[in-house]
Design a protein around this ligand. Structure first.
Ligand code: TXA
Ligand code: MG
Length: 299
């Protein structure tokens, strides 16, 4: 079934049941080398799933759970290798959505849930997005309304006793550093990704998306029908331009909430290309820019 979270909708299965987890990989058309995040309702559930929780990560959990934070922790054998794609670490989080928390509390097993989109496409932030894309393949969608954060969780683990952010997301690096001090932030993409959410052409619309200065791009693409994604920047809508502003008031939280839905809407317009500009590179802006860069045809 699909479940709402504050970040994006997930496609959930009993994390301890290999057959159920296999179905998730099939429905998403997801390669088995891309591991799943395990969702729990209570920090106490960590005891049965992980061997230990390094202190900085425990601090983060206590401060930011439930919330858009995923921790990579050394797994116990109870967690199937399929869930972690053979890794010794399992990704775990407590999502912050009342329906899903109530669901998790009623179950005696955790839920493995990747984002409920076909592999490589934009993550869903409403129940309708899930229905549009996975439709028949998902027997049940729990409709919890539009996602309040709108970006996937921030993934944090330890390497050589140093906290590392593997995926920028709905919890800002600044919030993390204000609690545990400086962290290492992994680069945007790599050819052999440690976290496959780091794959380059991830979160991508089907139309080509060009990222840059909107006014220059507008000039370059004269004569084309364009979908335009701006941030706090006025562009005239006309017969050839379909314009969406992530946040007319310049609010990065609002922009994060709107990002994936707006990309979908632009992808569905009768336009030749999508053009977009980056947002200010601080707070949630870092994660927004990360997703835009990976959605871009030419980064
Ligand atoms: O906000 C979220 O995290 C959403 C909601 C549904 O919770 N889930 C989500 O899942 O974004 P997904 O599968 O689309 O992305 C999970 C990322 C993947 O890039 C995966 O590689 C990484 O987490 N990941 C999961 N388990 C891992 C592990 N054991 N080691 C390293 N990376 C892991
Ligand atoms: Mg995903």
């Amino acid at each position: 079934m699909a479940i709402p979270t504050e970040t994006v909708y997930g496609l959930a299965a009993n994390a301890l049941d290999i057959n159920a987890v296999t179905r998730v990989f099939e429905v998403k058309n997801r390669p088995s080398f891309d591991p799943l995040i395990v969702h729990i309702a209570d920090i106490k559930a960590l005891d049965s799933l992980v061997l230990s929780t390094p202190e900085p990560l425990m601090k983060l959990a206590q401060q930011f759970w439930p919330g858009p934070l995923t921790l990579l922790l050394p797994k116990k054998t109870l967690v199937p290798d399929l869930v972690t794609s053979g890794s010794e670490r399992v990704a775990i989080r407590i999502p912050n959505h009342p329906l899903t928390l109530a669901l998790l509390q009623s179950l005696d097993f955790p839920l493995a849930a990747p984002s409920a989109n076909p592999f490589g496409y934009i993550s869903p932030t409403t129940a309708q997005h899930v229905q549009d894309q996975l439709g028949e393949a998902v027997p049940y969608i729990l409709d919890g309304g539009p996602c309040q954060v709108g970006l996937e969780s921030t993934i944090v683990g330890m390497e050589d006793n140093i906290p590392v952010v593997y995926r920028k997301g709905g919890l800002s690096v600044e919030s993390i550093e204000s609690l545990i001090g400086p962290v290492k932030v992994m680069a945007q993409s790599s050819s052999r990704p440690e976290a496959p959410g780091m794959l380059h052409s991830h979160y991508a619309p089907r139309k080509r998306l060009y990222l840059g200065d909107i006014d220059i791009l507008l000039n370059n693409f004269q004569g084309n029908k364009l979908g335009i994604l701006t941030f706090n920047h006025l562009v005239q809508q006309n017969e050839t331009n379909y314009v969406l502003d992530l946040s007319p008031s310049g609010d990065l939280s609002e922009a994060a909430r709107n990002l994936f839905g707006y990309l979908r809407t632009l992808d569905q317009q009768a336009v030749d290309f999508i053009i977009a500009s980056k947002v200010p590179d601080h707070g949630l802006g870092k994660a927004i820019n990360d997703r835009l860069t990976r959605a871009a045809f030419i980064a």
